[in-house]
Design a protein around this ligand. Structure first.
Ligand code: SF4
Ligand code: SF4
Length: 298
């Protein structure tokens, strides 16, 4: 089973649209949307949710009002300024600000009345859905919630379970943008990385960064350029960069308004008869033909 991660150094390169197309072309894939901070693969693949699970990570403190004597000791104990004192019924009542609480547990440990409870923090949710490209695992991180790396790991793990259970030979991962914690959580253990970029200065800069990351994890890297005809020089630079980094250049997708129109219609570009759909098919076929024969079918 292979786990192919599609990433870009930044958002807006067409990564998610291409991932949706690859998923449809692959036919036997499990799709994992690891862009948990700004998931949007569902906008194209329109999943039907079959299971929904709460994602918990870390802890947060709660003051039990009926036990708390409002002594105020916890106010000075909290190094994160998460305890708030507010006037209530003529006295100061102490409560925890959940956005500030780091779940360190100090207040719970030293409260003289044992009036603080530490609870697991609900940070978001993850879902298993059906799509026209096959099963999909996706997630949504809560507002101001942290630990997206752990949620990414959960999504990957669940996608792997489905692939094993349903004997699917490919997990196709829509990765997060950037090179931060969620990307690192996506790339470690991936079989291959496909980097989607644009023929611009920032595209080349971001490509160099993600290729460096792939190299760090010794993950074979592949590169494709979206809107390649917008800058011939820019595309040549991308090809050079890929070559220098030891990555395989898979090709480019021409600029075509049909690409955006397909998104608006909640379609992947390969579900249309646009000229650029052929570019995407070629990229996917080149990727497949670059895989060792045994692994294409295992
Ligand atoms: S230390 Fe305990 S009893 Fe005192 S205000 Fe804080 S929660 Fe309430
Ligand atoms: S758990 Fe730690 S961070 Fe949260 S309120 Fe208590 S002392 Fe502050």
């Amino acid at each position: 089973m292979r786990e192919v991660l599609v990433i870009s150094g930044k958002g807006g390169t067409g990564k998610t649209s291409l991932t949706a197309s690859f998923a449809l072309l692959a036919e036997n894939a499990v799709v994992a949307d690891c862009d948990v901070d700004a998931a949007d693969l569902h906008l194209i693949l329109t999943p039907t949710v079959k299971e929904e699970h709460v994602f918990k990570s870390g802890h947060e403190a709660f003051i039990l009002e009926d036990i708390c004597t409002d002594c105020g000791a916890c106010l000075n104990l909290c190094r994160f300024d998460a305890i708030r004192g507010t006037f209530k019924n003529g006295r100061i009542a102490y409560r925890v600000d959940p956005l500030m609480c780091e779940g360190c547990g100090t207040c719970a440990r030293f409260c003289p009345k044992a009036a603080v409870e530490l609870k697991e923090r609900v940070c978001g949710k993850w879902m298993i859905s059906e799509t026209r490209a096959g099963p999909m695992v996706h997630a949504r991180l809560g507002i101001a919630a942290e630990n997206s790396g752990k949620l990414v790991a959960t999504v990957r793990q669940e996608a792997k379970k489905i692939a094993e259970r349903e004997k699917r030979d490919l997990i196709l991962v829509d990765g997060p943008p950037g090179i931060g914690c969620p990307v690192i959580a996506s790339i470690s253990g991936a079989s291959d990385v496909i980097v989607v970029t644009e023929p611009t200065l920032s595209g080349a800069h971001d490509l160099a960064r993600v290729l460096g990351l792939a190299k760090h994890f010794s993950t074979p890297a592949f590169v494709c350029v979206n809107k390649m005809d917008l800058s011939v020089d820019g595309t040549e630079k991308i090809i050079d960069l890929a070559k220098t980094a030891g990555a395989t250049f898979l090709g480019g997708v021409r600029y075509d308004k049909a690409f955006t129109n397909a998104q608006k219609q909640q379609k992947a570009i390969v579900e249309t008869d646009a000229a650029c759909a052929e570019d995407v098919r070629k990229i996917w076929n080149r990727f497949l033909s670059s895989q060792p024969e045994k692994e294409q079918t295992s």
